[in-house]
Each structure stands twice: as C-alpha cells, then as structure tokens.
Design a protein around this ligand. Structure first.
Ligand SMILES: *Cc1c(COP(=O)(O)O)cnc(C)c1O
Length: 354
C-alpha cells in the first residue's frame, strides 16, 4: 500500500509553546493571578456536580448566560467554544469555501494564518505601518480589492498592544464587503469594545476568551458574539459537544464572580502599568535603544534593535518572553516576576555595548 500525506499538512510540526524550563514565564499572556482557596473550593464543587456519564449541554446555555450577564450582551447572541482557538478554526473551515480569500493583518495573532492554511483558504496579508498603526480606509480598500470573504484581526492587537478605536472599527465594518471577525481577547484591558453593537451589523462576529483577563486559560473557554443569524449558523456548524461539562460548570461559577473578576482586572492593570512605567524609565536612560507603544493590553511590547539576542540573553537568565522581528512581547506578571524581568532586561541592555 502506498500512502502519502497531503501537501497542506506535510511539513507541519506540533506546536511547542517554548522548549525548556524557565524560572519565570512571561511569554503566553496568561493571568498571573490564581483563585483564592474559597473560590477553589467552589470550583471543586462545581466540577464534582457534573453529570460525568452524560454528554454535556451542546449549547452550554448556563455558561453562555453567565458570559452574557458578565459582558452585558444577550445570551441568544453567544456561542461557546473550546477556547477561541476552536472558534477561529471553525470560522475559517465553515464560513469560507475552499479557495476563497481571507485577509489578515501583520503583525497579528499567528493562529489566523495557520487555520487559514488548514482550511485551504487563500490568504492575503495587510502590513501595518512601522509604528503598528492601521489606516482603516487603506485596509478596507485592500479587503475589497482582494474580493475577500472574511477579515480577521485582534483588537487591541496581540502582539503589538496597539488598538483601533471604536469609531475606526465602525467605519471599517461598514465599508468592507466581507465578514469581519474582531478578536477582542484583550479588550477587558481597554475601553473600545464593540460587543454592544453586534446587532447593528450583518457582518460582525466578536471573539472573547476566558484565557486572559478572566485567568482561566486551563479551562479552554472562548465565545463568539454576533447577530442572531450568524449565531444560529455558528451553532449549526460547530461540533455538538465542543465544550466539556466540567469547563461549562466551572466557567459558569467563575463568570459570576463579579467582584473577584474586577479585582483581578485591577491587579493585572496595576502590574502592566508598573512594568510599562519602569520600561519607559529605561527608555529615557537608554536613548535610541528601546521604545514602546503605550500598552492597552496585559502585556507590553518593547521595540529592540536585536530582539533575538535580547531574547536569548533573557532565556539565559531564566526568563521567557516572546520574541518577534524587532520587538519583544512581555506579559505583565506578579510583582516579583516583573522586578526580576526588569533587572534581567536592564543587564541584557548593557550587554549590547551600552
Ligand atoms: C490568547 C489569545 C486568544 C485566546 O485563545 P484561547 O483559545 O481562547 O485560549 C485569542 N486571540 C488572541 C489574539 C489571543 O492572544
């Protein structure tokens, strides 16, 4: 028998978040906060209350209701996913026919182009300006000139921490002849959400996740919010039992912890502000060596001339961040993690002949 793997997956290798073990992990934009002992007890109770011998609720009604109440949207407009990753894959695989075109931006979240390839969708990339800004009129013209059926991007953006304001987003959605998928994974940290406006558009889907501000990356919970027609299509095409019962039950408990969620958000923002203020001081002390956009996420983007060597230098000191072409992405961590990163980064800086 002869078997040959197809061309679209032949050269893929399993995703490795990062190789090796590091003392401090500021590379995945997770929350550094853990639930209290009391909340953990509630979580354990919710998990134990699952009907383990039964399939879970295919539409995760209770969970979607808890999400809808937490974010001020209508439950009928919410679909839950096994992380927003699953929903991104679903959108490429079902809202586009093979060979149709999708537009992504660059730099942006790498999973968009990955799932685009798996779905055999044509991929066109719109490059951002060197300061990571986007002219929405240029972007809309690009999307329409490619005949794209879908435009997907994160707002605010991972990995740049730069965002487009609501007014710009509205203009964009109105002017493209395509489905706009707006990934608001980090919008908890900024104030330009479009969540309350999904009903105003026939071509808008917003993605949310419990992996960042909510601090529940382990549960794998993501949500799509859109108008009733798109919501009903998403429900029709998703796999029936995509969110397991344990995650549904725990997620429901967590999303109802209004005060705890608010305190987590305050804690993460305080950490991000500290990290960013200290890096701004370093920027002043090392003119021309580093720079950074004002962050609107739970991470800070630091432009460095030789990001690869700064990255390796930090790894040698036991600290993992994410490395991109020309910049590093550093997740806001606990007080001690931030301090250790800052001192290691300062050492790395003097390492380059300063
Ligand atoms: C982290 C992140 C997500 C979250 O993905 P999950 O699968 O829900 O953990 C989605 N989009 C962007 C841009 C992200 O950075």
């Amino acid at each position: 028998m002869a078997y040959t793997v197809n061309a679209k997956i032949r050269d893929l290798v399993p995703y490795e978040p990062i190789e090796g073990h590091y003392r401090i992990r500021l590379d995945a934009n997770e929350s550094f906060l853990e639930p209290s002992a009391e909340l953990k007890a509630e979580i354990a109770q919710a998990a134990a209350a699952s009907s383990f011998n039964r399939y879970p609720d295919p539409y995760a009604e209770e969970l979607c209701r808890a999400f809808a109440e937490a974010y001020g949207v209508r439950t009928e407009n919410v679909v839950a996913g096994n992380g927003s990753d699953e929903l991104i894959s679903l959108l490429f695989g079902t809202f586009l026919m093979k060979g149709e075109t999708a537009v992504t931006l660059s730099p942006d979240f790498s999973m968009y182009s990955f799932y685009c390839g798996i779905a055999e969708v044509q991929h066109r990339e719109f490059r951002k300006k060197p300061d990571f800004s986007v002219d929405v009129e240029e972007l809309a013209a690009f999307v329409n000139s490619t005949g794209a059926r879908m435009l997907i991007f994160s707002n605010p953006c991972n990995p740049t921490s730069v965002g487009l304001k609501r007014e710009e987003i509205r203009k964009l959605i109105h002017s493209v002849n395509a489905l706009v998928v707006l990934d608001e994974a980090y919008m908890d940290f900024w104030d330009q959400s479009m969540l309350s406006e999904t009903g105003d558009f026939d071509n808008l889907i917003i993605l949310k996740t419990c992996s960042k501000a909510v601090g529940m990356a382990a549960l794998r919970l993501g949500f799509a919010v859109s108008n009733p027609k798109l919501t009903s299509l998403l429900k029709a095409v998703k796999s029936p039992y995509n969110v397991n019962a344990v995650s549904q039950n725990i997620g429901t408990v967590i999303l109802r912890q209004k005060e705890w969620l608010a305190s987590c958000l305050r804690g993460i923002l305080a950490s991000r502000n500290f990290l960013s203020a200290e890096l701004k001081k370093m920027e002043k002390e090392n003119p021309g060596k580093i720079s950074m956009p004002d962050p609107v996420t739970n991470f800070v983007t630091v432009m460095v001339p030789d990001s690869g060597s700064a990255y390796r230098n930090l790894l040698d000191q036991g600290i993992a961040v994410r490395c991109f072409d020309g910049f590093l992405r550093v997740t806001a961590g606990s007080k001690s993690e931030n301090k250790e990163f800052l001192s290691a980064f300062s050492k790395a800086l003097t390492g380059w002949g300063g």
